[in-house]
Design a protein around this ligand. Structure first.
Ligand code: 13P
Ligand code: SF4
Length: 299
């Protein structure tokens, strides 16, 4: 299957972009593997004719919006992020009426329609930097309450109001699960994603995006780590550090939508060129502004 995928990629001038949460088989055949910010930048600058995005819908949509002339395909068009839908359009309008100087900061894990109503997009690796750089005092952070609360703690000079959405995978990890791991591996630092609940962040050693967690483990002289994020990162962690040990909450946090990106689905989409990401023209235009602003401010 791998050989067939490689052959089709060359024949069709296609590139495969894969998120760290996708299955190992999708990371193995990828041209680029990364966190959301890195993949958005790669998508924007890609000169390939076809971009196969192994992630979830908001990622495919963002790639299409950032590089509209490309054919963006997804191995499975039903792969979606539940959190992307956890803010109502009316709520943003309501907040804008309440605060004159409001900046709506939208986590990239959101629908294109919500991006249209926002001032700037962020990802977990640039949210603090971008929010700090905004001139506005009042910020409405959507849709993730946990990334929003983490940013609020790092940028106390702003009044950050958070929308009550969350990642069902990260928010389900409990303090008890994490504490058990800490008791079992007292020397291992806890590397955690900011989509987890604040009580877990408070007892962790390093908070970062998937790419930042992976970089931390690679650059550290320590040999054991507790990893508090979706278990797809294990493929890169083990590839980079064959002699280090990684421990996850039990049961492992696993995003079923990300796992739809199988090698079989990648091969099929490359063969048939179906599952094309379509975004309405007016939505494309509206969502491009906050995405481009993220690329500019996050630089
Ligand atoms: P990052 O890779 O940007 O940390 O994103 C995490 C995530 O939940 C993507 O769905
Ligand atoms: Fe969405 Fe969470 Fe899955 Fe990421 S891990 S795609 S935030 S549900």
């Amino acid at each position: 299957m791998k050989e067939k995928i490689e052959k089709l990629k060359k024949e069709k001038n296609a590139v495969i972009l894969t998120h760290y949460y996708a299955p190992a088989e999708a990371q193995e055949v990828a041209d680029y593997v990364g966190d959301s910010f890195y993949l958005a930048k790669i998508a924007k600058n890609s000169t390939a004719d076809i971009i196969v995005f192994c992630g979830v819908s908001f990622m495919g949509e963002s790639a299409k919006i950032l590089n509209p002339d490309k054919k963006v395909l997804m191995p499975d068009l039903t792969a979606d992020c539940p959190m992307a839908h956890m803010v109502a359009r009316g709520k943003i309008e309501e907040m804008r009426k309440e605060y004159d100087d409001l900046a709506v900061v939208c986590y990239i894990n959101s629908t294109a329609a919500i991006k249209c109503q926002s001032d700037v997009c962020v990802t977990s690796s640039n949210a603090v930097k971008i929010v700090r750089s905004l001139p506005n005092k009042n910020i409405f952070f959507v849709p993730d309450r946990n990334l929003g609360r983490y940013v609020a703690k790092q940028v106390p000079e702003k009044n950050i109001i958070v929308n009550d959405g969350c990642c069902p995978i990260h928010a389900a990890i409990t303090v008890e699960q994490l504490q058990k791991l800490k008791d079992e591996h007292p020397a291992a630092p806890v590397l955690i994603h900011p989509e987890c609940e604040p009580a877990l962040l408070a007892i962790s050693d390093f908070i970062g995006s998937t790419a930042e967690i992976i970089a931390y483990a690679k650059n550290s002289s320590q040999t054991e780590f507790i990893i508090c994020t979706e278990d797809g990162v294990d493929y890169q962690l083990v590839t980079d550090n064959p002699d280090k040990k990684f421990f996850y909450p039990v049961p492992h946090p696993c995003c079923p939508d990300m796992k739809l990106n199988t090698a079989q689905a990648i091969l099929s989409v490359l063969e048939k060129e179906d599952n094309e990401v379509q975004v309405e023209q007016s939505v494309m235009e509206g969502a491009l502004r906050p995405l481009d602003k993220m690329l500019e401010l996050g630089r």
